[in-house]
Design a protein around this ligand. Sequence first.
Ligand SMILES: [Zn+2]
Length: 276
Amino acid sequence: MLTSSKEMILKARAEKYAVGCFNTSDLEITKAIIAAAEAQESPVIVATSPKAIDYASLQTLSGIVKSEAKKAEVPVALHLDHGLTLSIVEECLNNGYTSIMFDGSGSELEHNEILTRQAVEMAHAKNVSCEGELGHLGKVGKTQGQLTDPNDVIEYIQKTGVDFLAISIGSQHGIGDNEELDIPLLKKINSMTKIPLVLHGASGVPETDIKKAIKNGIAKINIDTDIRHTFAKSIKKVLEKNAQENDPREILTKVMFDLQKMIEEKIKLFGSNGKV
Ligand SMILES: [Zn+2]
């Protein structure tokens, strides 16, 4: 069923596991995410980034996720990942999104707070929860990140009213080398607030650090790069085995199988299996 992300993440926070938030851009990835969640009896968040929305169109992509979610036997939330403008937040809310992230982390703190506050008000008016980002995640090989300053946490949460807080504690978007998390920083932030914390850029983080993060308040974990890697690797594998294969249904059925297996492993690592 299509549901809000709020209850599933609050429950995860209380019971010390994390809900996986997996990025989609098409039918096949969406089906693989939901099939993995069903197989593991886990709640799941299906996320669409602005780039995915540009690729498929908002109506088409949200239509695919909503119709697959409605058939699902587990709770599925439809989430906007890294919304950078209030207009995309509004469009997503008008298209039935049940979860929003507004990312003002590229701006100065005060500007981030003002814009995020507006996004939160828009989302809450439709009974939808909203995530914000404090500190800034870098992109592997491209941009430098900035760790979350614990001194800003209380003010940011009070001024914006966010339901979940994405923090920067050492991971990056993309897969880098040795993305160890700053667990003492996470513990400090976690001691200051009860709202669920969100880990982005988790694809390159060692499993031991993921487990420590979940013990210390991380209740939503975003996975994007791993999905794209598995997708590409799987297509190459299929065509190496049979270079004559030209039926997209044959190729993509195998890709969906590989994606589902990878996502099931993530769900088990996050501990959300059997939590429906
Ligand atoms: Zn992210």
